[in-house]
Design a protein around this ligand. Structure first.
Ligand code: TRP
Length: 350
């Protein structure tokens, strides 16, 4: 499966940041279909990393349950949906391991061990957890599993001895907390049992939803990776531009303009986009023309993804097999790490 057509921007800078001995681990909660925000923020960098070093993508179904336990069936169903999204954008399971978190029992045991190295106060201070607790209105009724998910994420990362974690900036506190746990384990063991990891941030700023707010799987303001041409047209048509730009002749604002955010992220012709920005700022460029260009760019990006996704969706047995083989391979890795961490805790060697 060729991926080169899909990786058309922002990849060269990343190449130099990783070497062949690095181990890349990242994951997604299977709570909905992936969208263009995921493509710009993480899928594209995973495609660029593919083949350069070991890489595992973890479908984090257990983590999804920490705030969606009432939607367990929904989460289970989306494990395959996320796998389909990965394969459709060009993740190649012979080069990138795709594994399901709940099938890796070593990760659960690592989490239990690590819980002894972390205080509740430290978890409550984690800015990502704090922000999500506020967003969801949990207050003191926060599920204990949710409060502790940074620990489970540390298990995910260290379970693969990952050195590189490509994530959005909202996940930086997770990396910090993981490295604290790594240092504690290594101190206990008196040896470097686990490597510290570093985040690899996307070079594209967070892609907004079509309304200019945070793009979300559930709010309906994101463009799904499998959007039909009609849906693309409608979503682009509804995009927030500049409310002060009423007539084409008016001067327009580029900053905060969602259409330009998407053109910046996906239009391969940077020079043309820069020229459009100048014309828009000066006045004389209408939203319709701009949106038509974006529609073309998104159609070209999404069409092959949609076609591959549809073909793969007809071959469930193949997708199941990818998940089974990937999880088996990942299991061997995480079990070996667990043996070493158990030893650091002076637990019997199994
Ligand atoms: N917390 C990540 C998210 O919300 C998903 C995730 C789970 C993850 N395990 C991970 C990311 C390990 C990086 C590494 O999207």
């Amino acid at each position: 499966m060729s991926t080169s057509i899909l990786v058309h921007a922002h990849t060269d800078a990343r190449r130099s940041q990783v070497d062949a001995t690095d181990v890349v681990l990242t994951g997604d909660r299977p709570t909905g279909a992936l969208h263009l925000g995921h493509y710009a923020g993480s899928l594209r960098s995973r495609l660029a990393l593919q083949g350069q070093c070991a890489q595992t993508l973890l479908i984090a179904d257990l983590q999804a349950l920490t705030d969606s336990s009432g939607r367990a069936a929904h989460v289970a169903q989306h494990v395959t949906e996320v796998a389909l999204d990965y394969l459709a954008v060009g993740i190649d399971p012979t080069q990138t391991t795709i594994a399901v978190q709940s099938r890796l029992s070593a990760l659960a045991e690592l989490s239990v061990l690590y819980l002894n190295l972390v205080t509740v106060a430290r978890l409550e201070r984690n800015p990502t957890v704090k922000a999500e607790v506020e967003l969801r209105g949990f207050e003191r009724d926060i599920p204990a599993g949710f409060l502790c998910y940074p620990v489970s994420q540390a298990a995910d990362i260290t379970g693969f001895r990952a050195t590189i974690v490509p994530v959005g900036d909202d996940q930086l506190p997770m990396i910090e907390q993981t490295n604290e746990i790594v240092r504690r384990v290594n101190r206990m063991a008196g040896a470097r049992v686990l490597p510290e990891c570093r985040a690899l941030l996307s070079s594209t700023p967070r892609l907004p939803g079509i309304d200019g707010r945070k793009a979300s799987k559930s709010v309906g303001n994101a463009i799904p990776l499998s959007a039909t041409p009609d849906a693309i047209r409608e979503l682009v048509h509804a995009m927030y531009t500049d409310p002060g730009h009423v007539r084409a002749s008016d001067r327009g604002r580029v900053e905060g303009n969602v259409v330009f955010a998407y053109l910046d992220a996906f239009d391969p012709d940077r020079a043309a986009v820069n020229e459009l920005k100048e014309r828009y700022r000066a006045g004389g460029l209408g939203d319709t023309l701009l949106k038509r260009r974006l529609e073309g760019v998104l159609d070209a990006l999404i069409s092959p993804i949609r076609a591959r996704r549809a073909a793969l969706a007809r071959d469930r047995a193949y997708v199941m097999n990818v998940l089974r083989e990937g999880s088996d391979r990942a299991n061997a890795t995480t079990e070996a790490v667990l043996r070493d961490v158990r030893a650091a805790f002076s637990l019997e060697v199994r």
